[in-house]
Design a protein around this ligand. Sequence first.
Ligand code: GRF
Length: 216
Amino acid sequence: MTRLRVAALISGRGSNMAALVAAAANPDYPAEIALVLANVPGAGGLAVAAENGVATETLDHRSFADRAAFDVALDARLRDHQIEFVCLAGFMRLLTAGFVEKWRNRLLNIHPSLLPAYPGLDTHKRALADGVRVAGCTVHFVRAKMDVGPIVAQAAVPVLQGDDEDALAARVLKAEHVLYPQALRLVASGAATVDGEQVKFAKAPATPAILFNPPL
Ligand code: GRF
C-alpha cells in the first residue's frame, strides 16, 4: 500500500498533530505524517514531532513581507518534502486564496465547533454564552473563506451545566483527537471524496447513536 504523504501545519502545542502521528504509526493507516511545519518558532508540537521521528520545519511568518510571500515559501517547503496532502492542525494563520486553490481538495482543517455554527475564534465562549446543549468539532476541506468548505466528519459532545470554557474545550479536544485521524483515514483511503461542494462516501457509514442532552 502506498501511503499518502501528509504534512501537518501547526502553530502551538500540536495535540491534534500528535493524534495524527499516533494513528499513522499503524502501518495499515493510509497516510504517513511526513512533515510537521510550524509558523511559530519553538511551537510546542515541533518537539513532539521530532520525538516521534517526524521531519520538522519552521517558517516564521514574521520574516515574510506579506501573506502571499509566506504562502509561496510554504508551498515550496511542502514540495521539497514531496508532500501530497496537508492537514491544518491548530494552524493559526489565514492562507491566501492562491495557496488554497493550489491545494484544493488536498487540504483539511479541524475546527472546534459544529460548523457552520461558530466559525472563527472563541467558539466555546460563544457556545456557552448562547446556552447550546450540544457542541463539537468538524473536519472539513479548506476553501478561501475561513472555516468554510466541504465537511468530512463531525463529532458532537454534550455541554454540561457548570461547564466553563476550559471544561468544554477539553471535552471537545478529546473528540478532535479521535475525529481527525478518522477523517484523514476516510479521505486518504479514497472512502470520502469531494463531489461538488459536498463530501460523498463510497460506502454509507453505519448510523451512529443519537446524542440527547439532557439524556432521555
Ligand atoms: C484545536 O482545538 C483545533 O480544533 C483548533 O486549534 C486547536 C489546536 O490545538 N483549530 P492543538 O494545537 O492541536 O493541540
